[in-house]
Design a protein around this ligand. Structure first.
Ligand code: GDP
Ligand code: GDP
Length: 436
């Protein structure tokens, strides 16, 4: 599971600036999906060798009432779910009374914590950190979130302090088969769907995890194929149904997405497409994982309502147009059997081998039909293409002045490749390289 690093500090110390920098690795994935809005609170990123989940708790208040009190509860939950806390302070302001108060509370929690002195670009770093030793949180670590100084080293330091990850989640066609994460907002029907899938197929074995934070990995077999279901809702939850809402965790969902090959996004047709669905969809796109959309609770809707849900989906989640829509009733079982066939298709497409001659031929045909623009008096040249990765498929295009390829042309090429290669069920990425 990805480690969780959580940012804490007063408003304006630079938390969201650091958050953006730490999640910037995902920009390339997001660029190809216009209309997608980013979650500003939870993100996945990678600066060093390993990815992480990053959480911005917003401004932590110190007053015990009103909106501030509510914020504190959310912050406390976020702290509870964190593996490492970054307590951010502002070098320009120096050590404030609020910083002292917050640090006293944080010390009591006994969580691993690093004191980060941001905006150290504005003063001499030694000078900037000197004032903060008295917080008693160890050596203050100077960074500049706007310029990036010290940020990579900060993350290295955090990873040094994390316990070793147990086992790797890489590798594809292992014994455990395709890893499928079932995600969706609370009450969308995830547990019902998983029970239905498992009830109809052979359950191999599975262990309940020790902590409430972990998702459950459930291996099972169907028609001789192995799968591992990653359950974010928790079958376990059935014992305490009233906790349903509290148990929903964005962090758990992000970790499950990261660990999966294919995502089943469960949408509640009775509720329609909400903001939470769009946010989850955004996280899935950023992950690059293959995707099957299951519109659940299809039972009990009349024809008008069904049309409404479909058009709402096409309007609000237009950027998911590469994914197959699947209409199911987890409760009654209709459509559920086919869902795993869709998972197979999506996975096959996401991991397909795309030969250089085929890709290059498609590129040439696309360019011939519609030339890239002229930039600085010279036409952009796109020469050949090869595959640069799987799950998601990455197509690397070589040419000249490729850094000047406009977004519209990039999208034209993506649509072309997707259509010609019939790459449904998976995001597709293009990378451009100038020269050979
Ligand atoms: P948040 O409220 O803690 O999320 O703070 P923001 O990320 O919104 O930053 C508050 C202000 O500080 C913005 O104007 C940022 O541009 C500025 N800021 C953030 N990081 C730095 C930094 O490293 N150096 C300088 N000079 N300014 C910064
Ligand atoms: P989760 O929070 O996503 O795991 O959702 P649950 O599986 O616990 O389902 C939430 C509620 O929706 C329960 O009352 C289910 O019985 C109900 N539900 C789940 N699937 C369906 C369905 O296909 N049709 C109908 N009508 N209700 C469903």
């Amino acid at each position: 599971m990805l480690p969780v690093i959580t940012l804490i500090g007063r408003p304006n110390v630079g938390k969201s600036t650091l958050f953006n920098r730490l999640t910037r690795t995902r920009d390339a994935l997001v660029a190809d999906f216009p209309g997608l809005t980013r979650d500003r609170q939870y993100g996945v990123g990678q600066i060093g060798p390993k990815p992480y989940v990053i959480v911005d708790t917003g401004g932590i208040g110190t007053a015990p009432e009103g909106v501030e009190a509510l914020m504190e509860r959310q912050v406390l939950r976020a702290i509870d779910e964190a593996d490492h806390l970054l307590f951010m302070v502002d070098a320009r302001d120096g050590c404030s009374p609020e910083d002292i108060e917050i640090s006293q509370r944080l010390r009591r929690l006994g969580k691993p914590i690093t004191l980060v002195v941001n905006k150290s670009d504005s003063t001499d770093p030694t000078f900037a950190t000197a004032d903060f030793h008295r917080l008693g949180l160890g050596d203050p670590w100077p960074v500049s979130s706007t310029q990036g100084n010290g940020v990579r080293e900060l993350i290295d330091r955090v990873f040094e302090q994390l316990p070793e990850a147990e086992g790797s989640i890489d590798g594809e066609d292992t014994q455990e088969g395709i890893r499928v994460a079932v995600v969706g907002r609370p009450n969308a029907g995830k547990s019902t769907l998983i029970n239905r899938l498992l009830g109809e197929e052979r359950l191999v074995t599975f262990d309940l995890p020790g902590t409430t934070r972990d998702s459950i990995f459930i291996p099972f077999e169907r028609l001789g194929r192995h799968y591992t279901l990653i359950d974010t809702a928790g079958l376990r939850r059935r014992a305490r149904v009233h906790e349903a809402i509290e148990k929903f965790s964005v962090i758990k969902t992000l970790q499950a997405i990261a660990a999966a090959n294919v995502i089943i996004l469960v949408i509640d047709a009775h509720q329609g497409i909400g903001e939470q669905d769009a946010t989850l969809a955004g996280h899935i796109i950023e992950s690059g994982r293959a995707l099957v959309v299951a519109i659940n609770k299809w039972d009990g809707l009349d024809t008008d309502q069904r049309e409404q849900v479909k058009s709402q989906f096409q309007r609000k989640l237009a950027f998911l147009d590469f994914a197959k829509l699947h209409l199911i009733s987890a409760l009654h079982g209709s459509g559920v059997g086919l869902l795993l066939d869709e998972v197979e298709h999506a996975y096959a497409n996401a991991t397909r081998d795309l030969g250089t001659p085929v890709l290059t031929r498609l590129l040439e045909a696309a360019v011939q039909e519609h030339q890239p623009p002229i930039v600085h008096g010279r036409r952009i040249k796109l020469r050949y293409a090869h595959q640069g990765g799987r799950n998601p498929p990455i197509i690397v295009i070589h040419g000249n002045q490729t850094e000047a390829v406009p977004e519209t042309y990039r999208r034209y090429l993506i649509n072309r490749f997707r259509k010609e290669l019939k790459l449904l069920g998976t995001p597709l990425r293009l990378e451009f390289k100038t020269g050979n």
